[in-house]
Design a binder for this molecule. Structure first.
Ligand code: PNS
Length: 165
């Protein structure tokens, strides 16, 4: 499909989605006519996810139901191939701190080499979420920390259930 500047992909593993992800998704949805949240589902990844792809999609769908131009689906191909298949000209990602920059620069250059017609756009994390990552939330939840202000209510409930709390 020919890339279209009205459609963007917001990709991620979202294991699970956090309020930081939702902040980026909400802001990106205001920038494009259509935003597709692409949830990575590749069974050959080295580390297993805590939640299945279906669960991760359901969490994002529930949390973005109020955004009329957002849809959520899984993908298991190269990100740029997925973006092209959906006719998206842009990939939107959040950047939290310098530590994200090096990885994202590398990904950007690899992706640009594969698909120069697809541009990546980076939204700076809002200050209240600049420390927030899914792995940190899982670690906090594992040791009984308070995660209620970091993830949607359903995610907090599911994490506590999964971890037997
Ligand atoms: O940090 P995340 O959420 O695990 O990132 C996932 C993703 C897909 C955004 C990141 O791995 C990326 O930018 N990958 C580009 C390379 C690619 O296409 N990998 C295949 C993913 S199925």
């Amino acid at each position: 499909m020919t890339p279209d500047n009205r459609t963007a992909i917001c990709p991620g593993t979202f294991d699970p989605v956090t309020l930081g992800h939702l902040d980026v998704i909400g802001r990106a949805s205001a920038m494009f006519e259509s935003l597709i949240v692409g949830v990575v589902n590749h069974p050959w990844r080295k580390t297993a996810t805590m939640f299945t792809a279906e669960e991760r999609v359901a969490f994002v769908e529930h949390a973005t139901a109020h955004l009329g131009n957002v849809r959520v689906e899984t993908f298991s191909t190269l990100l740029v191939d997925y973006a092209r298949a959906r006719g998206a000209m842009a990939i939107v990602k959040g950047l939290r701190a310098i530590s994200d920059f090096e990885y994202e620069l590398e990904m950007n250059q690899l992706n640009r080499r594969q698909a120069p017609d697809i541009e990546s756009v980076y939204l700076m994390a809002s200050s209240e979420y600049s420390f927030l990552r899914s792995s940190g939330v899982k670690e906090l939840a594992t040791f009984g920390g308070d995660i209620d202000e970091l993830v949607p209510v359903e995610v907090a409930r599911a994490l506590k259930e999964r971890l037997g709390r």
